[in-house]
Design a protein around this ligand. Structure first.
Ligand code: F6P
Length: 531
């Protein structure tokens, strides 16, 4: 049966038809206990979803949908290691990476290898070709082999290791790597080539540039062993690149790229913040895994976020969702969540191979508050579009300079209240606003949001936060009947880019190029003269 024809979906449809116009002002006025009813705590985290456009009936019907979709059964299948990524024939076991003592032996072996590497680099025992200690680490990777460690290293900047700088290069554009190399010393730089497949074009081009840069200074291939580490599932390819097996950190095809921060892909992060912090990150994620696996549906934080997202997308009609961390340290979280959610659930084909024909993952975007208030919040308040928001705030600052944190938190709470309740004509008149300006000062409100309050931003709470969004993504895939763990949608562009590159290189002529449309051919000939 098509998802939209199921009784649970139909019941939500009927409910939405009568409910969707209700205003948050009225919902709050009607229920004194709304905050208590629609907020949940777990292990120091508080999720307030009382400013979402739901009532008790909506919540009940959403939970019915979760039961009908068998979220609990799919969760069990994932945790049991079943091949739930059916289009690639793979299990989905990123939870096993942070299972602590219960982790599989191969996981524990790689964690031990990572810990030893951190110890060698931090203690100065890892020496470059000129016998100097490492001062800079460069992670070369893209997508899941970049966004996780880059975001987390930025998030935990307050815990940065002294005397070691960690950099991230991802874009094939030389403008990414060239200025960085110009600042670095080849004698004291260690490169981590992070690529699950070790076939990703951007990463391999950057890795070759880095190797040529090193060899130009070192003069001998032997330097590669002291300056290059690979993180990959593809041992043959890492050998071909010339990286010694001892410097290869393994991971497995059952770890999806966008879920791989907890694997050896996290090595750059562990080097940036220290091994003990990396283990705290794993512990925070493990606590969320346990919650996700055991908490009843109505109290389950990841499932709650997923159900709210589905309600906003499919029943209220919101095409985008904003992530607004009131934490400069979390400024890269929106980019990380873009890959996690949009690459996982930005799909229209269900598990049976049928077209879903309903909106699935919203466009995820956002920026750190309070900066966003001075750019795009105008549209959130008065642009006439429904844009659900996730506010994320910290009770305590990670950089406790006097005078900063209180205004930051005040802005966060003010924005979610302003978005929800707006400002009416009566309120404006009572405040003495002239009739001519009144239409411009109206705030319609009714913009839904959730607020997630973390006690602080440390490795443990970051682990909780990221695992929360990972499991939310998983739940949404189950609810939409999607396989969240493949990404066929990235392939066509890669194939076409290969053909276009050969055309630009003059490897075949325009006749072959006629397979391309007139626009592409026009652009090719304009560019071909210059490249
Ligand atoms: O092209 C998309 C993608 O496959 C992502 O899913 C992945 O995270 C990224 O490329 C990098 O892949 P790899 O780690 O194999 O280089």
């Amino acid at each position: 049966m098509k998802l939209t024809e199921t009784p649970a979906w139909q019941a939500l449809n009927a409910h939405a038809a009568t409910f969707s116009r209700r205003h948050l002002r009225d919902l709050f006025a009607a229920d004194d206990g709304r905050f208590t009813r629609f907020s949940r705590s777990f292990d120091g985290l508080l999720l307030d979803f009382s400013k979402q456009r739901i009532d008790a009936e909506t919540h009940r019907l959403l939970l019915d949908l979760a039961a009908a979709a068998d979220v609990a059964g799919w969760r069990w299948k994932m945790l049991a290691g079943e091949i739930i990524n059916h289009t690639e024939g793979r299990a989905v076991r990123h939870v096993a990476l942070r299972a602590g003592d219960a982790a599989p032996p191969e996981v524990r072996a790689v964690l031990a290898q990572m810990a030893a590497c951190c110890d060698r680099v931090h203690s100065g025992g890892w020496r470059g070709y000129s016998d100097e200690r490492i001062s800079d680490v460069v992670n070369i990777g893209i997508g899941g082999s970049d966004l996780g460690p880059r975001m987390a290293a930025r998030a935990l900047a307050a815990a940065q290791q002294p005397d070691l700088r960690v950099h991230f290069v991802s874009n094939v554009d030389a403008a990414d790597i060239a200025p960085l190399l110009a600042r670095l010393n080849p004698r004291t730089t260690l490169f981590i080539i992070a690529s699950k497949t070790f076939t990703t074009q951007e990463t391999l081009i950057n890795a070759r540039t880095a190797r040529a840069w090193l060899l130009a200074a070192a003069g001998s291939e032997e330097a590669v062993a002291r300056h290059f580490i690979a993180i990959s599932t593809a041992r043959e390819q890492t050998r071909q690149f010339g990286i010694a097996d001892a410097n290869v950190f393994e991971f497995w095809d059952w770890v999806g790229g966008r879920f791989s921060l907890w694997s050896a892909i996290g090595l750059s992060l562990a080097l940036a913040v220290g091994w003990s912090r990396f283990t705290e990150l794993l512990a925070g994620a493990r606590a969320m895994d346990e919650h996700f696996a055991t908490a009843p549906a109505a109290d389950n934080l990841p499932l709650t976020l997923a159900l709210l997202s589905l309600w906003n997308t499919d029943f209220l009609g919101a095409p985008t969702a904003a992530v607004l961390p009131y934490s400069q340290s979390l400024e890269l979280l929106p980019s990380y969540l873009q890959q996690l959610e949009m690459e996982s659930n930005g799909k229209q084909t269900d598990r049976a191979g049928e077209s879903l024909a309903i909106p699935t993952n919203p466009v995820v975007w956002g920026a750190a508050g309070s900066n966003g208030q001075h750019s795009f919040y105008q549209l959130l308040h008065q642009g006439g579009r429904l844009i659900p928001c996730d506010f994320i705030a910290l009770s305590d600052s990670d950089f406790p300079l006097p005078g900063h944190h209180r205004p930051l938190l005040a802005n966060c709470l003010a924005q979610s209240a302003a978005l929800a309740f707006g400002q009416t004509a009566e309120e404006l008149r009572a405040a003495g606003v002239s009739e001519s300006l009144l239409p411009y000062k109206l705030f319609p409100g009714n913009q839904p949001s959730s607020t997630l309050l973390l006690p602080r931003l440390d490795a443990y709470s970051l682990g909780q936060l990221l695992a929360l969004y990972e499991h939310k993504t998983f739940c949404l895939g189950v609810l939409w009947h999607i396989n969240s763990f493949d990404q066929w949608g990235v392939e066509l562009g890669k194939t076409l880019a290969g053909r276009i590159e050969r055309l630009l290189a003059g490897e075949y002529n325009n006749d072959n190029g006629k397979a391309f449309d007139a626009s592409t051919q026009g652009l090719l000939s304009a560019l071909g003269k210059k490249i």
